[in-house]
Design a protein around this ligand. Structure first.
Ligand SMILES: *[C@@H]1O[C@H](CO)[C@@H](O)[C@H](O)[C@H]1NC(C)=O
Ligand SMILES: *[C@@H]1O[C@H](CO)[C@@H](O)[C@H](O)[C@H]1NC(C)=O
Length: 195
């Protein structure tokens, strides 16, 4: 009456060995990723607008001339990751319309570094809709205007000697208050990151 289990065929034995090897490789790979992550400890890059001012502001016949100056503070808190900024575009918009734009010089940011970027954005005879022009005039009388500052950067991370592939970083800072008097606004505005 004894139920004897038939001995495993050589083929199923081989299958079992392959399965065990694959499982072991997956576990090892997972451990390697975890250990690398723990050693590198990636931290989010941090951006902030530290000051905002405007010069040569002239609004006439629904057109605008102005130069906006922003100090952007870029903070890389990582101890093992540095950043190549290969291209940087900065734009300022008012109620959804882009009114000023500029590109900044590429730079390399070492690890644990704070770099202040000076962004001068020029609005040259920008056409505004009648409604927008009216809103802007009205807001100016209150002493400051609120702008959305957006930064689009092509960056590469460097970990040790390895350079990773390009990524596009979208940074959005809003609302950035610009005082219409000649005084600099020293209020800071923190920025959101979008990968
Ligand atoms: C802006 O400047 C240009 C010259 O650069 C001038 O032709 C234009 O009239 C100015 N517009 C305003 C609104 O001041
Ligand atoms: C950050 O890096 C830049 C460029 O390498 C350097 O000029 C600056 O002094 C560094 N700042 C700090 C706080 O280390």
């Amino acid at each position: 009456m004894a139920n004897t289990v038939p001995p495993p065929s050589p083929a199923s034995k081989l299958c079992r060995i392959i399965a065990v090897v694959i499982l072991a490789l997956i576990v090892l790979f997972g451990l390697a990723v975890l250990i690398t992550w723990l050693i590198i400890k990636p931290k989010q890059l941090v951006y902030r607008i530290d000051s905002a001012s405007v010069h040569q502001f002239n609004q006439n016949n629904n057109h605008l001339n102005a130069t906006f100056d922003f100090i952007v503070k870029a903070h890389n808190p990582n101890g093992k990751i540095s950043v190549y900024y290969d291209s940087i575009e900065v734009s300022a918009s008012y109620e959804g319309q882009t009114i000023a734009f500029n590109t900044l010089e590429p730079f390399y940011q070492p690890h644990r570094n704070v770099t202040r970027l000076d962004a001068a954005l020029v609005a040259r005879d920008v056409a505004l809709s009648e409604a927008l022009s009216r809103d802007l005039k009205q807001q100016r009388t209150s002493g400051d205007i609120g702008l959305d500052v957006r930064i689009k950067a092509r960056i590469r991370f460097k970990v040790g000697i390895i350079k990773l592939k390009h990524r596009t970083l979208r940074i959005s800072c809003s609302p950035v208050k610009v005082h219409m008097s000649s005084l600099k606004s020293l209020e800071t505005t923190s920025c959101d990151l979008d990968w």
